[in-house]
Design a protein around this ligand. Structure first.
Ligand code: SF4
Length: 271
């Protein structure tokens, strides 16, 4: 799922023009206590190490409170979510377009693009120049237009014109990283997956629920730790929460419904 913040542009999982690689799956034995609020020192563990999740963190209660408040947040991601609930191909293309692009811009681009063709076969027949025009002004629109057509070609040639429903096959598509692949599984196929973007990574670390250095480490720790009932919903909730309250710079802790549980790790300035 996309975001428009500078933080997102810096830490988008799938880089343009090539994908990111390299994840340290190892975990140290240190567990971060919830009662770490007020500490402002940086994590001491060496780069690359990920600590296990914090078993004392009341994740059920936190998710319940966020769900109860979510309807009142006017988050840009909501527009995009409406676009994403329309089949795996649309989710896949929407996610690719959203990299380094605001959610509102992405939603419009997806609409215009799918007006030209709704299937990989149909989009392959559209001239690349027209695809570029349809998705403009998303970031890197020329590269993305080319990539979309590469993906359409692979889907037609190797997958019968359909989006595959397994993580490994999705990760073989050009420009598709773990965030996009998980989002396609969850939103496109209603299968279990944990989509970790910069918001999920940042917020779960601030809480002290995980202690990790990269979104991919966070995904692996959450896979071993987060109750399955929250897998499909954590991304939508935390993206909306991150766009409105727990912002990348200076989160609005005074309006936070889960402040009492948050360790505020790495938060140096807040409102
Ligand atoms: S808004 Fe503040 S208190 Fe709430 S989760 Fe974010 S850092 Fe923690």
């Amino acid at each position: 799922m996309g975001e428009g913040s500078k933080a997102h542009r810096r830490s988008a999982e799938e880089k343009l023009p090539s994908s990111s690689h390299g994840v340290a799956k190892s975990a140290s034995s240190a567990v971060v206590p919830v009662a770490e609020r007020g500490r402002r020192s940086r994590p001491r563990e060496s780069a690359g190490q990920a600590a296990p999740g914090n078993a004392d963190f009341p994740i059920d209660e936190v998710m319940r409170r966020l769900r109860a408040k979510a309807a009142h947040w006017n988050a840009p991601v909501v527009t995009l979510m409406a676009e994403q609930n329309q089949g795996p191909f649309r989710v896949l293309i929407g996610c690719l377009l959203s990299l380094r692009t605001k959610d509102e811009t992405t939603a419009g681009a997806v609409k215009r693009l799918f007006a030209l063709g709704k299937t990989p076969q149909e989009l392959l027949e559209v001239p690349t120049r027209k695809v570029e025009q349809a998705i403009y002004p998303v970031g890197f629109y020329r590269t993305k237009a080319k990539r979309i057509q590469e993906i359409c070609r692979i889907l037609v040639d190797r997958h019968g014109g359909r989006v595959p429903n397994c993580l490994e096959a999705l990760l073989e598509l050009p420009g598709v990283g773990r965030k996009t692949a998980n989002l396609v599984l969850v939103k496109g196929f209603d299968l279990p997956g944990i989509c970790v973007d910069t918001h999920v990574h940042r917020i779960t670390n601030r809480w002290g629920y995980v202690r990790t250095h990269t979104p991919q480490q966070t995904e692996f720790v959450l896979r071993s730790f987060l109750p399955r009932r929250h897998w499909k919903t954590i991304n939508d909730l935390l993206v909306a929460f991150g766009q409105t309250i727990c912002k990348p710079v200076s989160p609005i802790c005074s309006r936070c419904p889960v402040a009492e549980f948050c360790a505020r790790r790495g938060v140096y300035r807040h409102r």
